[in-house]
Design a protein around this ligand. Structure first.
Ligand code: XMP
Length: 319
């Protein structure tokens, strides 16, 4: 930790020198990297920091609240939560193509973010959670169409025309160092060890057309899955775990009646680098508990399946 704390001190000094009395904007996604950037900037700059969190209506249960708890109640940052759910869902209505869904989300995000950033007076800098591996990767991409994680998905990167000077305090760090830094800065373990969550959020886990009732089902089921995984002590043994709602219904039985409801898929993977992955061999009893809890308590689901596909040939996400 001495190494991390001296790293933090060094970063703080250089941030203060560079920023002077100006204002810095930091976009929060709820994930590890942007949270660590915000925590670091808050320590360096206090009230000169403004954070923006865009609620796109595609977040998981409780996600918006936990960002508020951390960055408004605990760290008293000038936090701007923009509730743009309606805008995102309206723009996505009727669209079921995965790449088009991503494009719409990326575009609306930039519009919403830009508008909020422009409303913040005398902001001069924009902070981003770029890590060392991202720097390497984008260098490689400049020469060719390599399908790397960031290039084929990323819709979340903010364009330069926003007109801010960039601050990237994690540029020399690897993920494990970022996590250590987060803990040292007082972020909770649960946040620091959070699994990655895609920028387009639940949109790529609500297959086909995004409908509000499907999102609601997905949120409830996903929360149950993550809670059971934590209770079993297995959350950190897998690198990603989530629920996916399929846009089809299947027949089931309840009491004397026949039901015709959604199918929910559970995905859990182990991986070193997210470029290849194995499906996680979760204990059958745990899968049973998850399935029973979901079918008993989430209305609209009568069937749960477990994804036993590796990457390749599958991807981690279903869209
Ligand atoms: P796939 O599904 O390609 O995912 O095996 C590899 C990793 O990337 C994440 N992912 C995304 N991240 N925007 C993101 O920021 C996206 O559109 C996106 N799609 C997938 C995925 O969750 C996994 O960690």
């Amino acid at each position: 930790t001495w190494k991390i704390s001296s790293l933090i001190d060094r970063e703080i000094t250089s941030i203060r020198e560079r920023v002077g009395k100006s204002r810095v904007i930091c976009g929060l996604s709820g994930g590890v990297d942007s949270s660590v950037v915000a925590a670091l900037l808050y320590r360096a700059l206090g009230s000169q920091l403004s954070c923006i969190f865009v609620d796109n209506g595609l977040l998981r249960k409780g996600e918006s609240d936990s960002v508020r708890n951390q960055f408004q109640d605990h760290f008293k940052t000038d936090l701007h939560v923009v509730d743009a759910s309606k805008l995102f869902l309206d723009q996505l209505a009727g669209e079921s193509d995965p790449q088009k869904k991503r494009k719409i989300i990326g575009k609306v995000f930039i519009d919403v973010f830009r508008k909020e950033a422009e409303s913040i007076d005398d902001a001069r800098f924009l902070a981003q959670g770029t890590l060392y591996p991202d720097v390497i990767e984008s260098g490689a991409n400049a020469d060719g169409p390599a399908e790397t994680i960031k290039s084929h998905h990323n819709v979340g990167g903010l364009p330069e025309e926003l007109g801010f000077e960039l601050i990237e305090p994690l540029r020399d760090l690897f993920k494990d160092e970022v996590r250590k830094m987060g803990l040292e800065l007082g972020l909770p373990e649960q946040l620091v060890w959070r699994h990655p969550f895609p920028g387009p959020g639940l949109a790529v886990r609500c297959l086909g057309e995004i409908l509000p009732d499907r999102l609601e089902i997905l949120r409830e089921a996903d929360a149950i899955l993550l809670e059971e995984l934590r209770n079993a002590g297995l959350y950190r043994k897998v690198q990603q775990a989530f629920a996916v709602i399929l846009p089809i219904q299947t027949v089931g039985v309840m009491g004397d009646g026949r039901t015709y409801e959604y199918v929910l898929a559970i995905r859990a993977v182990t991986t070193d680098d997210f470029m290849t992955a194995d499906w996680a061999q979760l204990p059958h009893e745990l899968l049973q508990t998850i399935s029973t809890r979901i079918t008993n308590s989430v209305r609209g689901v009568n069937r749960v399946v477990y994804d036993i596909s590796s990457k390749p040939p599958s991807t981690i996400e279903w869209e």
